[in-house]
Write a protein that binds this ligand. Structure first.
Ligand code: CO
Length: 134
């Protein structure tokens, strides 16, 4: 059911420092920071030949990643995003088998303006999974 790995998201305490690591140490192509107030994050996109890394910094009071950064002050892998062809079909198959979808189960528009859902880490090997309709 899942297709390509769309991105891995890493929460970081300092976007400039993280960009320097990916650009200067690892030699990747790194975007300028992009503020996404509707998602409560500022993002730097790291382009890899076969996927993307998204470096995330909390933005605003109600950022969904503030708590995560509190628990992981030096940063850490936050979620993995897999592409699916039909997100409603994917959701229904998963929930029929007992997997938990976070929130109200209705897809929202993600960072790439495509429908996304998040799946409960306890049902997926301790990993927060984002599904994005490609
Ligand atoms: Co994501």
């Amino acid at each position: 059911m899942i297709g390509k790995l769309n991105h891995i998201a890493i929460v970081v305490p300092d976007l400039d420092a993280a960009s320097t690591v990916y650009r200067d140490l690892l030699g990747a192509v790194v975007s300028k920071p992009v503020e996404m107030p509707e998602h409560g994050v500022t993002t730097v996109f790291v382009e890899l030949p076969n996927s993307k890394i998204e470096l995330l910094l909390p933005l605003g009071e109600d950022s969904p990643i503030t708590k995560f950064l509190g628990r992981n002050p030096t940063g850490g892998v936050h979620h993995i995003c897999y592409e699916v062809v039909d997100i409603m079909l994917a959701r229904d198959r998963l929930t029929a088998k007992g997997a938990r979808v976070l929130g109200n189960g209705i897809p929202t528009l993600g960072a790439h303006n495509k429908p996304v859902l998040f799946l409960h880490p306890k049902d997926f090997c301790g990993t927060l999974i984002e599904l994005e309709q490609a």
